[in-house]
Design a protein around this ligand. Sequence first.
Ligand SMILES: Cc1cc2nc3c(=O)[nH]c(=O)nc-3n(C[C@H](O)[C@H](O)[C@H](O)COP(=O)(O)OP(=O)(O)OC[C@H]3O[C@@H](n4cnc5c(N)ncnc54)[C@H](O)[C@@H]3O)c2cc1C
Length: 390
Amino acid sequence: MQLRFTPEQAAFRDEVRAFIRERLPRDIRERMRAGHPARKQDTIAWQRILNERGWAAPHWPRAYGGADLDTVRRLILVEETFRAPAPEPLVFNINLLGTVLLRYGTEAQKRFFLPRLANADLWFCQGFSEPGAGSDLAALRTRAVRQGGHYTVDGQKIWTSAAHHADWMFALVRTSQEQRKQQGISFLLIDMRSPGVSVRPIIGLDGEHHLNEVFLDGVQVPVANLVGEEGAGWECAKYLLGAERSMVAAVGLCQERLDYARAMAGATVQAGRRLADDPRLAAELATLGAEIRALELTNWRYLLDPGIERSQPGFASVLKLKGSELLQEASTLVARLAGPAGIERRDLATDAALHPASAALPRYFYYRARTIAGGSSEVQKDILARLLLG
Ligand SMILES: Cc1cc2nc3c(=O)[nH]c(=O)nc-3n(C[C@H](O)[C@H](O)[C@H](O)COP(=O)(O)OP(=O)(O)OC[C@H]3O[C@@H](n4cnc5c(N)ncnc54)[C@H](O)[C@@H]3O)c2cc1C
């Protein structure tokens, strides 16, 4: 089992670091370093810079605008982006929908959508969850009835990240009622400008608008926007959720927050002493560093061994569980170190932050959601209990 980079892989990592150093706009990096989420324009600007190099969708085939990168190089790119920190290329476009279209899309869908997804010319959101269908996603009730060349879609989605920015949504809808609830679900691409689509904001604990409710009221969707077979949307959804193996642990995000905590501890002086010189804090930072390193190595073991899911089932759940807990620990530590400066206060005239650490607390709140989104910790523990304890 390889747990050390080959010279070629190390050279690739250096190439990525140099690229990020040269090309990542400074203002974007500084905003994100302070803990602010990437703005829409920042994500688009950085994704286009990466796309010039084929790195916006690094694992896609070159024919569709990718760079055909293998798993190791792709993960190096992802982790270095997190660690910079730079905006992550739009997950819904690249990792989720792009992956599904490459497998299940028609040639016409691939030719139209993939280049636009890679260049962020279109912004997609994910319409899966509904009130009453989150952990139990197959309980979804949004209906699509086929009438000639169109489906008419009625229902409601919830927790839809960035729907207020989106041009399109990929959605799971029910096209027939079958005995098994996983059957009769279809995967549709819905133009958010269609009549009957409305978006209502949900403001998070961090005070930011990331999430939304999306209402679909008699929305007409051309049959050409069906991905895969009608009624086989659950297969697309499972493929989409399973394909994202490399991202689940988010090691780079944990590492970036830890780096930031270390920098704060080094720069903050209290009662004449640097916080970093406090042995208890130093031990805490070292313990967290060791746990993140263990997560990193476990993530590599998972990614480099294609048979691991069979030999050690539940591995992905361990990575999701541990990665989200460590990210919460690291952001909690940053919030503690920032103290009162971590409470966001802005200059009313310029809207600039009054203190460089002022995003620490909003970020702490934002990462509370990490143990819910993408499969809650309780559900991961259920999976592990079933697999390991029978
Ligand atoms: C920040 C954020 C962003 C999101 N973005 C999107 C998005 O873009 N698109 C989208 O479609 N969805 C999105 N979601 C929704 C997310 O997928 C759901 O929140 C998640 O699947 C949980 O579903 P739920 O909220 O309905 O909670 P529920 O499923 O109702 O769960 C409620 C509680 O019960 C527990 N629970 C549920 N089932 C079990 C069980 N079997 N055993 C033990 N405990 C259980 C859960 O752990 C949780 O604590 C997002 C969520 C968050 C927090």
